[in-house]
Design a protein around this ligand. Structure first.
Ligand code: CA
Length: 507
């Protein structure tokens, strides 16, 4: 990566550079290769480093992000309107890998203080999760969670939190539609998240389509409470019932103690949202470096967001460990192409207006910057939405790019820690797992000093290297997983709702 104080070019073949100055650059500024700015260009936006003729490729990250709709002069602002969207990589013509992937070099000696569970998984928090089988009960579970926190939690000092796992599914849905498997297994697997310590309680209404006993893996009905149960006279009896059940679980959770666990027990979900063009230059490369460290330490990393991977999938298939995993990755892309087509949308629905204001012109440019957070490790497995993680190493979990939907699905896959990169800024957080937020530029990180956990901005200015920030993130991950450091969104209590991915019809 070549950097001068004002412009970043990722690869020597790039014919556009990114303006890094916080105030943007003014007309007349001399930049790389002697090009002179022909107009004012804001931070994060692209400048042509040489002349780009009409229909010629616009190149960033060494890849074609589109074609010039008209001739662009050196020093011109390369805005979205000047780039036509190229076709996505043709899934059927991408060669599957030959299976000769080098094993990552082991990294030893790193551990954290986690909660070991009977099923072998490791938690980073100690949380009582209250599972629900239908949205109808959300009012009751929210009320109950408040009461449990007020009346019971002070007695159980080792328990961090009580969280009602409310969602919009359960009734009024075509529960027999083939795609219903996605929301159903998502809810089932969320309750198995390592941070809940295997202590399961389900609150149902009674008449819903999603049967509460589907949510208890061992069919133990003693952990299910129905509001419509005729034993209850009035709301206060229902609450008493929930509190009674909660206390049994709190007693068990309170016995959990942190112990030394190898870094190989980390299951980290990587995501970005509210992206700008710096995310692909600073925060995602640092996250990718940290992802490689976790994989080298024997841990698990997930990356997701199909629409932000689709246009770079030709770069990912060669990284899969065998033809079967490569095929699974392509199948997930195909499934999503069809899903978008059915909704009469296409991949141009991403990026968002904010992404564009941050300098991201189109989904190709976004995808090339997005996949960087996967690091360089081999991709050992591909999961469909709602599936649970099966292997150590780097896994692709197919999810929508929508922040809260992706987060919900990574949670159900079993992540015990979330790393979230942002450039425009989002307060995103989850109460079930710690969410470390990495800012892609110092302008944001400084302004949002109490919302961002780590600033990757110094990579853009050359003050720090990607490796330095990557190591900082790795150490922060271990500290947060150990409960030694609290993330910004937990300090402030900023937490998003669970949002299920339900591609099926409502009734
Ligand atoms: Ca996202």
């Amino acid at each position: 990566m070549s950097t001068n104080p004002t412009i970043i070019r990722t690869k020597a073949s790039d014919n556009v550079g990114i303006v890094t100055s916080e105030l943007g650059l003014s007309t007349g500024t001399v930049i790389v290769d002697g090009a002179v700015l022909l107009q004012d260009i804001p931070m994060g936006h692209k400048v042509a480093l040489s002349e780009i003729k009409e229909n010629a490729a616009v190149i960033r990250y060494g890849e074609t992000i589109g074609y010039a709709t008209s001739s662009i002069r050196a020093g011109e602002w390369v805005q979205e309107s000047k780039i036509s969207l190229p076709l996505p990589p043709d899934i059927d013509s991408i060669a599957l890998p030959d299976g000769k992937r080098q094993k990552p070099q082991p990294l030893e000696g790193y551990d954290f203080q986690g909660y070991r569970n009977p099923d072998g998984s490791v938690g980073t928090k100690n949380v009582l999760g209250i599972t629900t089988s239908v949205q109808c009960v959300a009012g009751l579970t929210q009320y109950a969670a408040k009461r449990i926190k007020r009346d019971l939690l002070p007695k159980y000092r080792n328990v961090d939190d009580v969280v009602a796992l409310n969602h919009t599914y359960g009734c009024g849905v075509a529960i027999n539609a083939p795609t219903a498997i996605i929301p159903i297994r998502t809810i089932q697997n969320i309750t198995l998240n390592p941070n809940f310590g295997g202590e399961l309680m389900v609150i149902g209404l009674g008449c819903e389509k999603l049967r509460p006993d589907w949510l208890t893996p061992d069919n133990d009905t003693s952990n299910i409470l129905y509001m419509q149960d005729e034993a209850f006279h009035g709301f206060s009896e229902m609450i008493d019932g929930v509190l009674l059940m909660a206390e049994l679980h709190l007693k068990k959770l309170n016995q959990r103690k942190r112990e030394t666990c190898a870094a190989s027990e980390l299951v980290v979900g990587m995501q970005c949202g509210g992206s700008d063009s710096f995310v692909g230059l600073t925060a995602n490369p640092a996250a990718g470096f940290a992802a490689d460290l976790i994989v080298r330490a024997g841990g698990s990393v997930m990356f997701s967001e199909v629409t932000e991977v689709r246009d770079a999938v030709h770069l990912l298939v060669p990284r899969t460990i065998n033809a079967e995993v490569g095929r699974a990755l392509l199948d997930q892309m195909k499934w999503y192409d069809d899903y978008l087509r059915q909704g009469q949308a296409d991949r141009s629905a991403n990026p968002s207006p904010g992404n564009k204001r941050g300098g991201l012109s189109n989904v190709v440019e976004k995808a090339l910057g997005s996949i960087v957070k996967s690091g360089t490790s081999p991709i050992v497995d591909v999961l469909g939405p709602g599936e649970k993680i099966r292997r150590k190493g780097l896994t692709f979990l197919a999810t929508p790019a929508s922040d809260f939907v992706c987060g919900t699905l990574q949670l159900s896959a079993g992540m015990n820690l979330h790393v979230f990169m942002t450039g425009r800024g989002t307060p995103y957080g989850l109460p079930m797992v710690p969410v470390i937020k990495v800012g892609s530029n110092s302008k944001l990180s400084n302004r949002w000093f109490d919302l961002i956990d780590l600033d990757a901005g110094p990579i853009a200015t050359g003050e720090k290297t990607t490796e330095e920030v990557g190591w900082e993130l790795f150490h922060l991950i271990l500290d947060v997983a150990s409960g030694k450091k609290q993330v910004a969104c937990d300090k402030l209590g900023l937490h998003n709702d669970l949002v299920l991915f339900n591609p099926g019809p409502l009734t």
